[in-house]
Design a protein around this ligand. Structure first.
Ligand SMILES: O=P(O)(O)OC[C@H]1O[C@H](OP(=O)(O)OP(=O)(O)O)[C@H](O)[C@@H]1O
Ligand SMILES: O=c1[nH]c(=O)c2nc[nH]c2[nH]1
Ligand SMILES: [Mg+2]
Length: 168
């Protein structure tokens, strides 16, 4: 990893905020599936999509939940996106028609580009989006600028911060 972080800003998301935003995503998707408003399955893109996928599946009462494992970043360094583990074969039937694919965010769009090739007819949803990748998502909740790094609750810990006016 380089010692200079490539992102100017940080957007720090708490568990509570993520829960609210993932619920807002579910609310936006509610009733929009092709089978009387329903989807036949939810697929979370691991690892970041696991928590939002679980929340969306709970809210929309979707019991069939699968995963596809894609790795494209090592810390903040981007690598080539690779599928490490595919879904069950039946999820891929009919180009993924009726399947809702969920990730935590889209950044450059490389991950979704790869997954879209495998599931051309699925619906793609992320909680957060950056402008470069946003056109690859059908539904998202919050957009942040391209030079912002999103920090998720599973990557953070509570810690003491100095007051703005220090005591001497
Ligand atoms: O739009 P892109 O530029 O492809 O970036 C977005 C992807 O990068 C992160 O995953 P990562 O590969 O870091 O793996 P992880 O989910 O296991 O943390 C994030 O969870 C998205 O899946
Ligand atoms: O935790 C993360 N935050 C981000 O902003 C990001 N972009 C790609 N991959 C990412 N992972
Ligand atoms: Mg990911």
């Amino acid at each position: 990893m380089s010692d200079r972080l490539p992102h100017e800003k940080g957007f720090h998301v708490s568990w509570d905020q993520l829960h609210r935003d993932a619920r807002a995503l579910a609310w936006r998707l509610d009733g929009k599936g092709p089978d009387e408003g329903n989807w036949r399955a939810v697929v979370g893109i691991t690892r970041g999509g696991l928590v939002p996928a679980a929340i969306v599946a709970r809210e929309l009462d979707i019991r069939k939940v699968d995963t596809i494992s894609v790795k494209s970043y090592s810390h903040q360094e981007q690598r080539e996106a690779k599928v490490i583990k595919p879904t069950q074969p039946d999820i891929m039937e009919n180009g993924g028609e009726g399947v809702l694919i969920v990730d935590d965010l889209v950044d450059t769009g490389n991950t979704l580009k790869l997954v879209r090739e495998l599931f051309p007819k699925a619906q793609f949803a992320t909680v957060y989006a950056k402008p470069k990748g946003a056109p690859l998502v059908d539904t998202y909740i919050t957009e942040v600028s391209q030079d912002t790094w999103i920090f998720f609750p599973w990557d953070m810990a509570l810690q003491y911060v100095q007051p703005y006016r220090g005591t001497e």
